[in-house]
Design a protein around this ligand. Structure first.
Ligand SMILES: Cc1cc2nc3c(=O)[nH]c(=O)nc-3n(C[C@H](O)[C@H](O)[C@H](O)COP(=O)(O)OP(=O)(O)OC[C@H]3O[C@@H](n4cnc5c(N)ncnc54)[C@H](O)[C@@H]3O)c2cc1C
Length: 496
């Protein structure tokens, strides 16, 4: 006997941050929602699970932050400087790092809805804390937050994911694990009428009135990576989930959705050389190595190849993975001395890292398999090029080099206080930038710029927001802003 066809108002494909916020917002409209999660329950949550849980949003000052974090004490407030981060700053930061290519209408929604969405999540039951460990340094007696990124979910990505699942369960939203969406089903009028899903028991059609695709980009699909990002990308390590293989993008393209955005671009960072091929749920994001603005980066030949201090870390880290992939053997080394050791983030002190400590530069080179003669020359030239100035890790301090290529534009200090520390890194891909075209209501567009009735999308699998580069903390924020809108609109459509 065959089991009866499943029937819902809204089906959400994926179970990361974008999908779960979409599910919560759809359910709040009183419709019957189901979530399809390709992963088994113990591996659920997508890339969102692996994150630091950091969200970038616009705020006007400490009053806004107090609204999000009502438990902040007045003593704590006196000891911190959160500054402000206006909508216009968020907007222009994205435009600056994307070389002016970000879709203005989507970006307008992201920046203007960022703070209201943070509040909405807080009211749903997602708790926030200040990101002291990663986004603040002590300066002039206060913890000064920098770079437009100051709040994270309690418990990081794991805390965020666990909490969102609790909230989804509280709403009695059904989550079907080990169930992949494979094909969208449309009726004669071109309206979504269901989705074909594959589970352990085979293929089945699930009927619904609208679908929200929130099942990630194609970063874990080797073939698509090398096809769209270019040769060599099949060799990158994947920082997060193994399940984001472009399924949502491909199933929408098959029914005539429009491709959009930077298909040959992606977010990729410095990642431990010996990290596993996909994310490890225990180590999570700690394989990353993000303190390079305070040191030197060289390749196996002992040569520098990027300006380590071109900008605040949040605005360079996502594009430097590509630079590392382009080096011989796809390897680079981050070098520090005792002057900056105290500035290194927590990820530099985990047991699972590829690191050498040495008393001399030659010993460091030998330990890490870098060309020793050239490394000594590089460090000597660098030290000779460092200019006087006040070092300040919380701002672009202008302490720079002169007469070397590439230059170091900020935080340039001599590498001269042993023991030296060297960390071996490779390229870790985070997520891909190309995807589906959506409008500001998150409706997926067809090739004539008309919405496909009943089809919505949010998160990594949408294109148009990020090109070339990305300001840290924008991925979770964009997933939540557009996930919330997608859930609301998919529910409204189901109620018609
Ligand atoms: C190590 C790491 C650290 C990061 N840190 C941050 C950070 O601190 N701040 C930030 O803003 N961003 C961060 N990011 C980026 C962030 O993870 C993404 O931008 C964001 O989580 C994407 O959310 P999403 O919901 O679109 O996708 P995901 O969270 O990846 O969810 C996709 C879901 O779809 C499921 N799926 C895939 N295919 C199918 C299918 N066919 N059917 C059903 N389900 C399917 C997957 O199993 C998964 O559950 C980080 C990423 C990584 C990997």
């Amino acid at each position: 006997m065959t089991s009866p066809e499943k029937n819902y108002d809204v089906v959400i494909v994926g179970a990361g941050n974008a999908a779960l916020t979409a599910a919560l917002s759809a359910a709040s409209k009183g419709v019957k929602v189901a979530i399809l999660e390709k992963a088994p329950e113990h591996l659920r949550g997508g890339n969102s699970y692996f994150t630091g849980g950091l969200f970038r949003f616009a705020y006007n000052g400490i009053e806004d932050i107090s609204e999000l974090l009502p438990d902040l004490t007045s003593k704590e407030k006196q000891n911190i400087d959160v500054g402000s981060y206006k909508e216009s700053e968020f907007y222009s930061d994205v435009m600056r790092v994307t070389e002016g290519l970000s879709d203005p209408s989507l970006l307008q929604v992201l920046t203007s809805q960022s703070f209201p969405t943070m509040l909405w999540m807080r009211n749903q039951g997602v708790p926030w804390i200040l990101a002291y460990g990663r986004q603040a340094f002590e300066h002039e007696g206060k913890q000064r937050f920098w770079g437009g990124l100051i709040v994270e979910a309690v418990g990081g990505g794991k805390g965020l994911s666990d909490r969102l699942f609790e909230l989804v369960e509280r709403e009695n939203i059904e989550v079907l694990y080990q169930t992949s969406g494979t094909d969208l089903s449309i009726n004669q009028e071109g309206h979504i009428e269901g989705i074909i899903a594959k589970s352990k028991s085979g293929y089945e059609k699930i009927s619904c009135k609208s679908v929200v695709l929130a099942c990630g980009g194609f970063e874990a699909n080797t073939e698509m990576r090398s096809r769209y990002l270019g040769p060599g990308w099949e060799l990158a390590k994947v920082r997060g989930t193994q399940y984001n293989t472009g399924d949502g993008i491909n199933m929408a393209l098959r029914i005539g959705a429009q491709s959009h955005g930077h298909w040959s671009g992606c977010h990729a960072v410095a990642w431990d050389l010996n990290a596993p091929p996909h994310g490890d749920r225990n180590v999570a994001d700690l394989f990353q190595k993000h303190s390079y603005p305070f040191g030197l980066i060289v390749n196996v030949d002992g040569e520098r190849f990027v300006d380590e201090g071109a900008d605040l870390r949040n605005y360079t880290y996502a594009k430097y993975g590509r630079e590392i992939l382009n080096q011989p053997q796809r390897v680079a080394f981050q070098l520090f001395d005792q002057k900056t050791k105290h500035l290194l983030r927590d990820e530099y002190f985990i047991p699972q890292m590829t690191m050498v400590e040495a008393k001399t530069i030659e010993e460091l080179a030998t330990g890490l398999d870098i060309n020793p003669g050239q490394l000594q020359i590089t460090v000597q030239e660098f030290n000779g090029a460092v200019q006087e100035g006040d070092f300040n890790p919380t701002a672009l301090d202008g302490k720079h080099t002169e007469g070397i290529t590439p230059p170091k534009s900020n935080w340039a200090q001599k590498l001269d206080k042993p023991p030296y520390l060297g960390y071996a890194v490779t390229c870790g891909i985070t997520f891909t930038f190309g995807g589906l075209k959506i409008d500001t209501n998150t409706q997926v567009q067809d090739n004539s710029d008309m919405p496909i009735p009943g089809l919505y999308a949010a998160g990594e699998l949408t294109g148009g927001l990020f090109y070339n580069n990305y300001p840290g903390g924008s991925g979770l924020m964009s997933g939540a802003v557009f996930g919330k809108i997608a859930g609301e609109n998919a529910a409204k459509e189901a109620l018609i």
